[in-house]
Write a protein that binds this ligand. Sequence first.
Ligand code: NAD
Ligand code: IPM
Ligand code: MN
Length: 364
Amino acid sequence: MNTTPPAERRPQRIAVLPGDGIGRDVTAEAVKVLSAAAERWGLPIELIEKPWSADHFLETGETLPEGAIEELRDDYSAVFIGAYGDPRVPDMRHAADILLGIRFKLDLFINFRPIKIYDDSLCPLKGKGADDVDFVVFRENTEGAYVGVGGNFKYGTADEVAVQEEIHTRKGVERIVRAAFDYAFRHGNLRVCMADKSNVMRYGHDLWMRTFEEISVEYPDIEASHLFVDALAMQMVRKPEQFDVIVTNNMFGDILTDLGAALQGGLGVAASANLHPGRTSMFEPVHGSAPKYAGTGRANPMAAILTAALLLDNLGHQEASNELERQVARCIQNGITTVDLGGDRSTSQIGDHIAERLLAPVGT
Ligand code: NAD
Ligand code: IPM
Ligand code: MN
């Protein structure tokens, strides 16, 4: 998406955190493809795997080691994550420290999630296809319902009270709204739609409404619109072609991008980037660790490979990034897919195939 690349660092070190469940399976394929891309284009990237996961937490009691965030910030150009979530850690403590920890502590305020169809056959909507479902979601990524502010009173009793706060700041809302408008501007004045629930959330979401209105005035050539999130969810299914850029808060962005994934063919093809322009950013597929599929060869690695393409773009390797995306599209169009997309290939067969194609002599 042409964000400012992190300060030039040669070599560009990429921390690879496979995480849990199918996160490990799909990361192995993304690494295979990134390594092939590095070979083909002579990219100065260096992939360094980190063990931080549920297994590591259960073995050592450690989620992230002391100084890990600073190390990622100062010594790495990007972070690649597979997925987090393991039934043996039901409170997701490790994911809170690692996944949310990286988003929050690296201040990656943009969760950029493209909703794009690589072949009409993947669209579940009657009469719609790739031309109709093609938009991006700018999900606020550092505040909202994710701040973990709240508590319990009379915990575990019949009189229990639980309070969970949402936090929205003027600065936080302004920077994500501005990022969405800037993206729309750079891409030829795309339409921007903001989704909230300001009819009910009269404080926090009203702040979103007022901020959005103010900022939209600075972009007179951009068509700015607003929908309550329930209406937006309905419109995403009914008439997705009306959207170019959707900007919304953290929780709504989480929910809407699973719906978006369904529109583009499933979680197996949904990629995402957690960005702070100019700083070390983090890249992860939208899907989770799908524990029941871990190690079975059923996980689709395309979301992870498309996520690797976003990472390469962020590091300034546009040609390699475009080619990864093109190879995924080509696989889908030729029926070379895992079972979720109707094919019969395994996770590693998809990764092998794309890596081989990247290294094949031009024209073959
Ligand atoms: P999930 O995304 O892991 O899986 C939901 C379903 O989607 C799967 O059962 C499967 O049918 C399908 N699916 C997902 N990814 C796929 C892939 N690559 N290929 C083929 N099919 C795929 O969501 P869940 O089951 O709600 O959550 C499982 C765990 O993952 C939980 O612990 C959850 O908290 C966590 N999670 C983590 C992340 C993340 O790390 N970014 C995202 C979502 C969920
Ligand atoms: C996502 C996931 C995460 C989120 C979870 C695992 C914390 O659902 O990246 O979409 O809610 O942000
Ligand atoms: Mn999610």
